[in-house]
Design a protein around this ligand. Structure first.
Ligand SMILES: [Zn+2]
Length: 195
């Protein structure tokens, strides 16, 4: 993108070769290009807040930043829309040297924070976003969202003598942290002998 319209580009002329000088800068803008390419991305135009601390050092400008923005995409299980707040920090030295081997340099009295912001944001995005921790996903046969369908009705007829116990077992499974309690299948397997 042209340097003049790059919102990540910050003028540091007042800090160049003045070790010990420090200033802070706050930027807010809509991201000119999407950040990330996986299930969650920061879409083009999404507002991004950048709090920068710029420090003059002997060898360059040390840039520390707080980034706040919003990522959006789809739940990998049920494909519902997901949005997630993004808050990441970075710190990078932009050297005065013109050495090609250096990733970040001060150029024309400016630092371009785009690559560091992009890296920090993209690394913080989850590969497998879910709408909620226990999202049940889609029915593998019908494609319905299982969260809409609700739990299936039990197919088996439970012996009435065991119905009360079954209710207790379900309650324990739902409320207790102990998930290893008896469940219906086990009860059926070990059910009473029918004399
Ligand atoms: Zn989901």
């Amino acid at each position: 993108m042209p340097a003049s319209s790059n919102p990540y580009r910050v003028n540091v002329r007042d800090l160049v070769h003045r070790p010990g000088e420090m200033r802070e800068k706050h930027l807010t803008f809509g991201v000119p290009e999407q950040l990330g390419a996986a299930a969650l991305v920061v879409a083009e135009g999404t507002e991004l807040d950048l709090d920068l601390r710029l420090e003059g050092l002997h060898e360059g400008i040390l840039v520390s930043g707080d980034v706040r923005t919003t990522a959006s995409g789809e739940c990998v299980r049920c494909l519902d829309p997901v949005t997630q707040a993004v808050e990441v920090e970075f710190q990078e030295l932009f050297a005065y040297s013109r050495d090609e081997a250096l990733d970040y340099t001060v150029h024309d009295d400016h630092v371009d924070c785009e690559p560091v912001v992009r890296d920090a944001v993209v690394l913080s995005l989850p590969f497998q976003p879910v709408c909620r921790e226990d999202c049940p996903g889609l029915d593998p046969e019908t494609g319905e969202r299982l969260a809409d369908v609700g739990p299936r009705e039990p197919q088996e007829i439970i012996d009435p003598r065991w119905a009360a116990l079954e209710g207790l077992a379900r309650e324990a499974a739902e409320t207790g942290p102990n998930k290893t309690g008896p469940n219906k299948t086990e009860l059926n397997k070990t059910g009473p002998n029918k004399n």
